[in-house]
Design a protein around this ligand. Structure first.
Ligand code: AHR
Length: 656
């Protein structure tokens, strides 16, 4: 009998408690303070993220600066009896003086009923019913043309129309009007028709929705910025990405060309325009309507630390890998010094004065600067050393972010890290675009990092369902769940991981170059991917103090396909757990707490799907979205339950 009872317990007890685990949290000690920059945003000008995306301008190639100067514009003429009636034409002209905005268009009309100039927008113009659109145009030399009729059209359907009288003036004047749309269209066009016959010069033809973020005239697209707000980001890294480096040095991103009045910002071909044969994007240029001033302003609006990244005299090493000679690096280093002055100095300085004139007398209080985006090898280290020396001499308080190249391990990575350690680098940026499995297996990546070396910026990461840069990649639930598991490892190592950001951030459904991406949009609407919701759940529950959490006596790095981390939020007096169950089975956890007692209500945010392949889309934007609930919870008797394939944030009010 005795043996029978023993047999019963030995065999059945494990079966009874299968799927049950014990969480032990030690809240008596803070393992590390969590940096306010822990979860942030990487804004990259890729996939129509800036022009055609967050920058709300609706007219593509508004000042005829593209390499193909009429790209985006057509001049439909009617034909009578099979003949083009030659009722109008246009020419692209250069201004006499040397200036950043080099060209304008001269329209000659002989029959005002028969000539129009049409802009197709960024893969169409999104128009909403009853919304108001601000139109503006620069015109000069109007001879015989007395008015321009501006219409929004969708095929044969007119959505809005207004008439602008033009003065017969030889100077350049800006004319403005507002159009209210009677109907909605995803891919409308802008049409200009001319009254009279004669000629007129035109430039800066622009259309913005009035309803921009914070109602700023010619500002940012509201819905997209609101997605960013939803992340509660600790920092904003901008403007890329490889565009910082440029395909060649000549085409690198130069911040000084992106500030000042909009019409004097020099457009640049975007490096992503021709990067992938599978995604040619000849119409992707940078107008810099979203320039460095606007990026700083966006960071301020989001309550995020601004973190500009500058080129270091190395063009993209995947492209030309062109190098600025070491003895010609002064110009590049000066750009960094001037940027700090632009962001932080008062109006008595040259650059501080420029910022003031742009409407922001208060400094932006920039603390971080990135030198080089994704560089590797000895040439990077040589250049970084020079930048670091000069910047630190003048601005010792500025924290410099360096980089370890494009891969999470291997020769480039090892070399970069060992050299940067020797230089006492402060924060090293790491990039990983890897399989979902890699993310799950690397939840312990930082557990054994050197605590005496530089801190880490996990600056670009995203699980790739097929493979890096593969156009078949999907933002599916498996990717997001694996990122959630990996992020418990970022959090558990908050003593050395100071910043992290998913990449890339934004993509237009018709004009992307790179998949996967955090937030997708078309001309009218936008949605967050499951990965987006993972980021928001971390960003809004970052906490202030890292605690030790064990599951069944171990750090929770994937045993039984469970991952976990715990933090305390001393501002809100809360204990916050993040738990990820990547298995296809439910799990239950008892909760043992040391050094804290919790109140009897548990707040939960759950993100879950039974299908690892599930995605969100324009049609089904909330297929996978967080669900918030609250439950009574008795720590002595209740179990914390996790559904299969789920990520949960669990919060309790605490008393110590
Ligand atoms: O995010 C896409 C690209 O990935 C970035 O431009 C680059 O930094 C990395 O290789």
């Amino acid at each position: 009998m005795k043996y029978k009872i023993l047999y019963f317990f030995t065999i059945l007890t494990p079966l009874l408690v299968m799927g049950q685990h014990e969480i032990l949290i030690d809240a008596s000690k803070t393992k590390a303070k969590i940096a306010s920059t822990m979860y942030g945003i990487f804004f990259e000008d890729i996939n129509f993220a800036a022009d055609g995306g967050i920058y709300a301008e609706l007219i593509k190639n508004r000042s005829f600066e593209f390499d193909e100067p009429k790209l985006g514009w057509t001049e439909p003429q009617t034909y009578q009896y099979g003949f083009n009636r030659q009722s109008g034409e246009s020419q692209i002209l250069r201004y006499n003086q040397l200036r950043p905005n080099k060209r304008f268009i001269r329209v000659q009309v002989s029959d005002d009923t028969n000539y129009s100039l049409v802009n197709e927008g960024f893969r169409g113009i999104g128009i909403k019913t009853k919304a108001t659109y601000d139109f503006s145009i620069s015109a000069s030399n109007a001879r015989g043309i007395s008015a321009i009729v501006i219409s929004l059209i969708d095929g044969d359907k007119e959505l809005a129309s207004e008439r602008l009288e033009i003065s017969p003036n030889s100077d350049w004047n800006t004319y403005e009007t507002a159009l209210v749309a009677y109907a909605e269209a995803q891919k409308a066009q802008l049409k200009l028709e001319f009254e009279g016959s004669g000629e007129i010069d035109l430039d800066m033809i622009s259309l913005f929705p009035q309803n921009t973020y914070k109602g700023r005239k010619k500002g940012l697209r509201k819905d997209i910025v609101e997605w960013l707000e939803g992340m509660n980001p600790g920092f904003l890294r901008f403007p890329g990405g490889c565009i910082v480096e440029g395909r060649t040095l000549e085409k690198r991103y130069q911040w000084k060309k992106t500030i000042g009045t909009i019409d004097m910002r020099e457009s640049l071909i975007n490096r992503w325009n021709t990067e992938f044969n599978h995604r040619p994007t000849p119409d992707y240029f940078q107008s810099f309507g979203l320039g460095f001033f606007e990026y700083f302003q966006l960071a301020e609006d989001l309550g995020a630390e601004p973190m500009p990244i500058l080129g270091c005299g190395m063009a993209c090493q995947f492209n030309t890998a062109e190098l600025a000679p070491l003895d010609e690096l002064d110009e590049y280093i000066q750009d960094a010094l001037d940027l700090i002055e632009f962001a932080n100095a008062d109006e008595t300085t040259y650059w501080g004065n420029l910022r003031t004139q742009m409407g922001h007398p208060k400094p932006f209080d920039m603390k971080y600067i990135g030198i080089g985006n994704e560089q590797w090898g000895p040439e990077y280290i040589k250049r970084f050393t020079l930048f670091e020396k000069v910047i630190k001499e003048k601005y010792p308080e500025i924290i410099i972010v360096s980089g370890s190249g494009p891969f999470p391990d291997g020769d480039f990575f090892d070399y970069g890290w060992s050299e940067l350690k020797k230089l006492n680098a402060e924060i090293v940026d790491e990039h990983f675009y890897q399989t979902p499995n890699w993310f799950r297996e690397n939840a312990d990546r930082y557990d054994n990092y050197d605590r005496n070396g530089p801190q880490v910026f996990a600056g670009e990461y995203a699980a790739q369902s097929v493979g890096t840069t593969n156009p078949e990649n999907k933002n599916n639930w498996e990717c997001a769940l694996s990122e959630a598991a990996f992020m418990t490892g970022l959090e558990r190592n908050a003593d050395i991981v100071r910043m992290s950001s998913y990449a890339p951030l934004l993509a237009h459904v018709d004009a992307w170059q790179w998949k996967t991406d955090l937030i997708w949009f078309d001309n009218l609407t936008s949605f967050g991917t499951p990965s987006y919701y993972v980021q928001t759940m971390y960003g809004n529950n970052a906490g202030t103090d890292l605690l030790n959490l064990l599951i069944d006596g171990n750090q929770a790095v994937g045993q039984n396909e469970v991952y976990g981390s715990a933090v305390k939020d001393i501002k809100n007096n809360e204990l916050i757990l993040k738990l990820v169950n990547t298995s296809d089975e439910s799990k239950s956890f008892s909760l043992n707490l040391n050094g804290v007692s919790i109140h009897t209500v548990m707040e939960r945010i759950d993100l879950q799907s039974d299908e690892l392949d599930d995605e969100n889309s324009i049609e089904h934007p909330m297929k996978i979205a967080p669900k918030t609930s609250s439950h009574p919870f008795n720590v002595n008797s209740d179990q914390l339950k996790m559904a299969p394939y789920s990520f949960s944030v669990v919060r309790f009010k605490i008393s110590s």
